[in-house]
Design a binder for this molecule. Sequence first.
Ligand code: 6LW
Length: 504
Amino acid sequence: MKYRNPIIPGFYPDPSICRVGDTFCMVCSSFQFFPGVPLFESRDLLNWTQIGHVLTRESQLPLKDANSVGGIYAPTIRYHNGRFYMVTTNVSFGGNFYVWTDDIHGEWSEPIRVEQDGIDPSLYFEDGKAYFMSNGTDDAGMHGVVQCEIDIETGRKLTPAKCIWQGTGGRFLESPHLYKIGGRYYLMAAEGGTEYGHMIVYARGSEIYGPFESYAHNPVLTNRNLGGYVLQGCGHGDLVDDVNGNWWMVHLAFRQIDQWVMHHTTGREVNLVPVTFDADGWFTAGDNGTTRLVMETDRIAADVVQQPIPDKTFANTKVGVDWCYMRNPDFSCYELSETAFRMRGTKDTLETETGRPTFLGIRQQEMKQEITCTVSVPAGEAGMTLYMTAEQHYDIAVSHTETGSEVILRRRVGDLIVVDGHIPVPSGAKVQLRMDCDNFAIRFTAVCDGTTYALGSGRTKYLSTELAGNFTGVMIGLYAKETGDAFAEFTEFCCRCLEKYDAE
Ligand code: 6LW
């Protein structure tokens, strides 16, 4: 059968996976968004259901002033002795920590800190011992993949951290994961940076602290040599085996907005490739060491159908699952139901990377989308935004001025802030806001009292990661600001993907 990559489109970077019986669990990074660490389940590796988030409480996820290169970095999920562990880094507060749960559908523990530096932590369990690794500096001052034993109850280091591998020479050695397969230890990591040079490399050894021998044909997976191919930046992966004993890798990659245009907006997404061991115990990955938009495999049952992304409305999405707040929300600003979101705007806005702006967003998962929502706001401003960072966002909104109420299109790109439109509308009117997105541009339209107003358009590339220099992807947000005691009301939200991919 054929399947399509990405298996999870949109900003879901740094995937980590584990399997319990016939169920796969996966987590991703979440940066400044709350709740943190999206959690997915799947039976077939192709269709994933988001069951919630791992970090759901402010006590687990302090995000003060976290921006799109702050907050929660790469998590790792592991299952050991009936318990799930998720280990990650809050780069804005507290560093490395892990949480655990005995019920993947339930709440997770309070954070347990590990006093070891580095990012991209991982856990490995063997013979009653728990090992923690990260890409950091060991107790002797050596930088690389560092490993120590910890007390899994307290997070306390039981041994000094030791550098066990320095990779193959590529810059930014990160995302180390250790596996024991067929009696050998395999240490897999990424190098090259999370941009166009990204790659997966590995080494193996017979002792847990090494020495590790690099695979002779590293990188085992990269798209860096595929020019003119939209899928780029393959790296940061994790291995898992299925119930039939086949090995797979989930990893991140991004899709350029077009074949020859080196910009991407939908963030780093989850991709899947088969992994094959040879007779000597070395493995290869993907399609000749690359990841393709369409992959062919005989390892997944032919009757598994990769489901398209459904139209998203308030009724079929959930706050805290699909919808995320920015940083730690002030919950008194939100009254949310299946038919309407009511949101009170404060002085905290989308323009800075601080505070608790009143915002709820879902990931933009495809480039060709049609997004509509009806807004009414009695004071201040409320609308929809395509938000990449505080310095890159396009907003369509109803805004109150001293002379009345108007519909505006605000495009912010770095220092440039342009506000267009200024279409007068009756105060408190219900205005339908609409964004028609394709690969290159977004058209903004408003409908009020039966009249349609074209507000203008914005280029997608100015929202791209290449411009923003960040780690997230575009969020489709609803926001309110400075509404005083009043609440803005959002109804009839619909986000429709116009590109229904079919791997066939
Ligand atoms: C993450 C690192 C990376 O910690 O990007 O692509 C960083 N890989 O492993 C942020 O997601």
